[in-house]
Design a binder for this molecule. Structure first.
Ligand code: ZN
Length: 192
């Protein structure tokens, strides 16, 4: 996708002489993430053209590009591809949240960038942390704790009563501080 527009690319900031005019829809919600200007370079232009990049979640590396379903999020997060790679997760499929990854390519499987459409900026994921959170979240889900309560770490009296009765209140204690923690949120969305 090349043209003859010269200028600074609004997505990646590089100078190009082969860009196309950047015509963004009025509804463009991620404009604040872009550089000023009116040109899209030949590399970035396809990123705006392909709707499924924002409609769907995906994993990209040098050897593969695949869309992932919600039930594949967990595996993608715990076992990311060989670097360099990029991972994008969307819940509502409307925003251009992945554009924040243009300058944040992941080069380490243990500490990597994750873009989502519910956080304004990419998250720096620590894989050991993620694995730890996953284990706690799975145990709580297996005991029937609803995701809404996990997300906020605010528990209904019935949940607390059940935990005490069955002897797993330490699990509730383990996530007490995690309400609003972005990595914890990712995990809650990713578990069954
Ligand atoms: Zn560009």
């Amino acid at each position: 996708m090349t043209g003859d527009c010269t200028g600074k690319c609004i997505a990646c900031g590089r100078h190009t002489a082969r860009g196309i005019p950047a015509r963004l829809p009025d509804t463009f919600t991620a404009a604040y993430k872009l550089y000023n200007g009116s040109t899209l370079c030949e590399c970035c232009a396809p990123l705006f053209k392909e709707r499924s990049l924002r409609n769907r979640s995906w994993v990209a590396s040098q050897t593969e590009f695949r869309y992932i379903q919600r039930n594949e999020w967990r595996a993608a997060l715990i076992e990311p591809p060989e670097p360099p790679f990029a991972i994008y997760l969307t819940l509502c499929g409307q925003k251009y949240g992945y554009l924040s990854l243009i300058r944040r390519i992941s080069t380490n499987r243990d500490r990597y960038w994750l873009a989502t459409d519910w956080q304004e900026s990419p998250l720096l994921i620590h894989r050991t942390r993620l694995v730890e959170f996953l284990s706690i979240a799975q145990q709580l889900r297996a005991r029937g704790v609803p995701k809404t309560q996990l997300l906020t770490a605010q528990f209904e009296p019935t949940t607390v009563a059940k935990a005490i009765k069955e002897g797993w209140e330490a699990l509730l204690g383990a996530i007490e501080q995690l309400g609003g923690n972005p990595t914890w949120e990712v995990i809650v969305y990713a578990v069954d």
